[in-house]
Design a protein around this ligand. Sequence first.
Ligand code: IVH
Length: 666
Amino acid sequence: MTEQERILQLRNELHEHNYNYYILNAPVITDQEFDSLMRELQDLEAKHPEMADPNSPTMRVGSDLNKDFQQVYHKYPMLSLANTYSEAEVTDFYERVRKGLEGEDFEICCEMKYDGTSISLLYENGRLVQAVTRGDGEKGDDVTDNVKTIHSIPLILKGEGYPQSFEMRGEILMPWEVFDSLNRERELREEPLFANPRNAASGTLKSQNSAVVASRKLDAYLYYMLGENLPSDGHFENLQMAERWGFKISHVARKCHTLEEIFSFIKYWDTERKNLPVATDGIVLKVNSLRQQRNLGYTAKSPRWAIAYKFQAERAITRLDSVSFQVGRTGAITPVANLEPVQLSGTVVRRASLHNADIIANLDLHIGDMVYVEKGGEIIPKITGVDIASRQSDSTKVQFITTCPECGTPLIRYEGEAAYYCPNDIACPPQIKGRIEHFISRRAMNIDSLGPETVDQFYQHGLIRDIADLYELQADAICRMERMGKKSADNIIKGIEDSRNVPFERVLFALGIRFVGETVAKKLARVFKNIEELSHATLDTLIHVDEIGEKIARSVILYFSNENNRLLIERLKRAGVQMSLSEQTLQGQTEKLKGMSIVISGVFIHHSRDEYKALIEQHGGKNVGSISSKTSFILAGDNMGPSKLEKVKKLGIKIVNEDDFLKLIE
Ligand code: IVH
C-alpha cells in the first residue's frame, strides 16, 4: 500500500471509530489505539501536503490560528419559535393547526427543546462545507473550523440517499458534566464563571481559537433538515434517516396523534429531563408532514406549524432575612438577598442576586417577606416575586443604602446607569483591593505569585495601599506575615519583578481605567505610543481614534485629570513599569496602511493569520471581519471560500497575495 492509500484508509477508519464512540457510545478500540491511528495519519498528512482534506479526522484537533469570523447569509432564514408557558395555549395551537389543515389528519412530533446555541450545517456531496451561527437570523458567523472539533458532528456522511446539498440545523450544547468541571477549573484559576451551559456553549463556539473549542468537549443534537429532495415527507422520518448518515439525533422524540398524548409527553419530560446529560428548557411541537408545514406557512417571525412549550423554571419559596450591599472594584454597589436556606434543584440556596435598586423597588421587597426564588439554569438564583398575602403588617421596606457600607461616603448614580456607585475610589477598601487584584490578574500584569487572599492580607497589614506599593515591597516585610515563608516571599518579589517587562498595552489595561478593556488599551497604546501623550490627549483627538467613542474618551480624560492617578503613574514609571511601546514595536511602526480596511482570508505560508493581523495594525491599517464596499483590499492566502471570492469580484475589490502584501509593507 502506498502512503497515499494508507492516508485514505486511516481517514475512513478514524471516521468510523469516531462515529462508534460519539454517536453509538460503543467504541471498538481503546483510546490509545485511536490516538495512535490519529498520530499516524497526522504524520502522513504532514508528509503529503498534496493530500490535504478539510474534512480529514485530523481537522477535529483544532488549531490556534486566530479567526475573525466571516459573516454569511443563511440560505433559509433561521426563525425562532413561538413560545408559551401555558397548556391552554398548546391546546390553542393544536386547534389552529386542525383548522388550518381543514380537517386533514395530522401528526405532531414532540421533542425536547435543547437549551444551547443553534447552528446551521451545510452539507454538499456528503461533506460538511459550512457551519454558521444563528446570528440575527438572516446572517451569522461562519464557525466551520470550530464546529469541526465537535465529534458528534459528522464531517463526512455515511451510507447513502442524502441529497446532494442540504442543511441540518440543531443545537450545540455543553453537557452538564463538562460544564461543571469547566467552572471548577475556572474557579481555581480565578476566572469568571459561566452562568449556565448555554452561555458556556455559545462562548466556546465563538472562541477565536479552535484548539480551545476542541478541549471543551461540546456536543450537538440535530433537529431540523432543510433542502430540496429530502428523503421523506415526514420530519420525524427524515431525522431517522439523518441518524443513518451519522448525525446525532434525539432518541426521545415521539409522534403524537392526540392532545392527550402530547400532554402526557410534556408531563413525563418535565421531571424526567433532569436525567438527561444536557440542558433542556421545554418541549417543541412540530406538525410532522412537510407538505402540511408548507400549507400552514409562517408568520413574520415564526412557523405556524410549530410551537415551543417552556417548562416553568424551578421555584422555591423562602424568607428574606436581610439584604447586604457589596462594593466592587469600580465602586458599583450590588445588593444581595440573604435567605432562609432552602432546597432548589438539588442545592441549598442561601443568597440571591438582586442586581440593582430598581429591581428591589419593583418587587417592593420588605424584610421578612416570603419570596420566590428561581434558578432557571443560572448558577446564582434570583428573586422573581413576593407573596404579598403573607406579609407581616409591621415589616420594614428594604431601603437601598445612601452611603457606602465600607467607607461611609454618600453614593452617586451616573446618568443612564442602573447601579449606584461609591465615588471614594482613593480610600474605599474593596475598591483599592479590587484594583490591585485587577492589576495583578493574568491578562493584565500576570503576577500569579499573588492572589486575592495575599492582597487582602497585605492590605490589612498596611503593606500595600495601591498598585505602585507592590514595587516597593520588601521580602523581609513579607516574611513577617503569618503563613509566609522565605520561599513564598521570594517568589512574590520575583513575580512583581518580572511584571516590569509586561508590554505597555497590558499595563494600560492593568491600570483599570473605566471602559478601557484589553482591545481599547491596545488601540490607545498603538496610537499614542506612551503614557505622556495619552495623558495629554484631548477629547477631540481621542474620539477621532477608530473605535473610541465619547464614553471611553471622557473616562480616559477623567482618569488623567485626577492628581492621584498622575502621581501613581509617576511612581510606576520610576519602578520600571513599561509606560511606552518598546523600541522594537516602535521601530516597526509605519503608516503605510493608514486609513485602510483589510480583510484577511484563506490559508497562509509565511505568517499566521494572527501575525498578519498584527502587521496590518503595526502599519496603521485596520483588520476587519467582513467584506463590504469599504474594504480596501483582501489579503488572500490559499483556499479562499467560493462565496467570498464571488463577493469580492462583485464589489470589484483588489486581491493582494501574501508576497505582494509583504512587499507593500517592506
Ligand atoms: S426547530 C423553524 N427544534 O429553539 C423552527 N428548535 O426559538 C426551527 N431549539 O433557535 C427550530 N430545541 O435554537 C427546533 N427540538 C428543537 C429545538 C429547537 C431547541 C431552539 C433553536 C431555536 C429556538 C427556537
